[in-house]
Design a protein around this ligand. Structure first.
Ligand code: SF4
Length: 234
């Protein structure tokens, strides 16, 4: 392998180095975790042609195609782009938003999780791959069952009734997990989008490398975080 490879750029594009030298896995992500037949067909073909004929499902609703050779990355990327398969990512960025079906088909669903996720991406531009000081996870659940683990992500939203949402901020998993704290109101969809935007912007401006939002809040205090981010008056 050449020495001058920009691995972080490859990572941003979804190609992550494997344990095995010279081999990469490609990580997909699709909005709301929805894959159409053409995309699944393309992923299957890529795994057959450039991988080892299988894929692995990630915990964030992505699909990994392992064992891609470095020299095949450009071709794999072009083919996946042609089928509109989006790339997942890793590193200091917004990770793939994890979204349960909500009221689209789950019998417990109280809100349209797909619509909220879509607005977050299209109206706020907050989506997988957005560079931030550290990793940043957003999850959406359709009801208080919280199947996407809203308390363990930087931002966790769940439905509490039609049109009403609860929000947790500052959770994370990892070696030192933190449980997010719940904002003490319920919010409509527009307010949820405002809160997500403010929390991400605050983290972008104030976060440090490898510092999860939970640790930033711990450092400055919850009250200051809410005040300085403008979240105390949403
Ligand atoms: S969080 Fe609620 S709506 Fe979403 S999958 Fe779980 S039970 Fe269904």
């Amino acid at each position: 392998m050449a020495d001058n490879i920009d691995y972080d750029n490859l990572k941003k594009r979804g190609f992550l180095r494997q344990k095995q030298d010279g081999l990469f896995l490609f990580r997909t992500r699709m909005s709301s975790g929805i894959y159409k037949k053409e995309q699944l067909d393309k992923i299957s073909q890529i795994a057959q042609e450039f991988g080892q004929g299988f894929v692995h499902l990630t915990v964030r609703q992505g699909i990994e195609i392992p064992f891609i050779k470095f020299e095949n990355i450009s071709e794999v990327e072009a083919q996946l782009n042609s089928a509109q398969v989006k790339s997942g990512t890793s590193g200091a960025r917004v990770r793939a938003t994890t979204v349960c079906p909500g009221n689209n088909w789950c019998k417990f669903g109280l809100i349209n999780t797909f619509a909220l996720s879509d607005k977050m991406e299209k109206e706020l531009g907050i989506e997988c791959g957005l560079d931030l000081p550290s990793k940043f996870k957003i999850v959406i659940s359709g009801c208080p069952n919280c199947c996407t683990r809203v308390q363990q992500s930087e931002i966790g939203v769940h439905g509490v009734a039609a049109g009403n949402h609860a929000i947790y901020l500052g959770g994370c998993g990892g070696r030192v997990p933190h449980t997010g704290f719940k904002l003490n109101k319920v919010f409509n969809e527009n307010e949820v989008l405002q809160i997500i935007g403010k929390a991400v912007n605050f983290f972008k401006a104030n976060g440090k490398s490898k510092q999860r939002l939970a640790l930033l809040i711990e450092e400055i205090g919850k009250e200051k975080f809410l005040k300085d981010s403008g979240l105390d008056n949403v």
